[in-house]
Design a protein around this ligand. Structure first.
Ligand code: PAF
Length: 279
């Protein structure tokens, strides 16, 4: 992969990378399409990264279907797929990337070490693919924020591009984990987005009290999904700290809920609102 990318880089080609863990779906497709528009070459990486799963999480169960991912990439006219083995990626490593405060809230508070694992693999993927631009979905808002910081802190010479959340017609954000949901859980899952949208409408209608919005979101999620909430609230879009008093601007309203055995996350953010207004 490094040879291929190195030759492309020397030939002056721009390279867009879409890092994924496979089980590709429409949201990945939208990232690949965007990378296709903006670069000479597109690489999709497919690697279920053990370093970002905690004990008891779904590393073993995580969907893996490389043949269907390859077909997906061929349809989207991806130039190269990087699909390494775990041994190739992690041969007795002694070095990790450690994320500071940005990893202490939201998902980071419930998945210790998760973002260190993400940052470590993403740093490796950036070095391996020598990309010009890297594309990430806004569904993983905290991940995107952390990767942007990683690129600044470690001087990666590439552009990190955050792309809009892609949703099913009823609002559920596409996720590889949606395939774990039973029919009944799938019906209930839709209330995650409904709750966050409701919170955003309250905010846009002038509600300034973050606590009031958080309570309403939590109520909608608990009553309609019956799931265990990890977090649900209003966060500063930049520091990711939870806002407890008055909201100023630049926020993300986000939540994570366990529906049955499936942990789902979603958010609505000023970042995405600004992207949709630019269109
Ligand atoms: O968002 C994902 O699929 C993963 O966290 C990523 C960025 C590919 C790193 O393993």
């Amino acid at each position: 992969m490094q040879k291929w990318s190195g030759a492309a880089f020397k030939a002056g080609k721009s390279i867009g990378v879409v890092p994924t863990m496979g089980a590709l779906h429409e949201a990945h497709g939208s990232l690949i399409k965007r990378a296709r528009q903006e670069n000479d070459l597109v690489i999709t990486t497919v690697f279920v990264n053990p370093a970002q799963f905690g004990p008891g999480e779904d590393y073993e169960a995580y969907p893996r279907d490389f043949n269907s991912d390859r077909e997906f990439c061929e349809k989207e006219k991806v130039d190269a797929i990087f699909h390494p083995s775990t041994d190739e990626m992690y041969a007795n490593p002694q070095t990790v990337v450690k994320i500071g405060k940005l990893a202490s809230t939201m998902c980071g508070a419930f998945r210790p070490g998760h973002f260190d694992g993400v940052a470590t693999v993403v740093a490796k993927l950036f070095n391996i693919t020598k990309s010009t631009r890297a594309y990430f979905g806004l569904k993983d808002y905290q991940q995107l924020r952390i990767i942007k910081q990683l690129a600044v802190d470690l001087n990666f010479d590439l552009e990190i591009i955050g792309c809009p959340i892609i949703r099913e017609s009823d609002g559920l954000a596409f996720s590889s984990r949606n395939r774990y949901l039973s029919e009944d859980e799938r019906r209930r899952a839709v209330y995650l987005n409904k709750a966050l949208k409701h919170g955003w409408q309250l905010y846009r209608k002038g509600e300034k009290k973050a606590g009031k919005i958080a309570i309403e979101i939590r109520d909608i999620i608990s009553e309609n999904t019956g799931g265990k909430i990890d977090y649900a609230g209003v966060y500063d879009a930049d520091s990711l700290e939870e806002i407890s008093g008055d909201i100023k601007e630049n926020i993300v309203i986000a939540a994570a809920v366990h529906i049955g055995k499936t942990r789902l996350i979603d958010n609505v953010s000023s970042y995405e609102e600004a992207l949709s207004q630019k269109k």
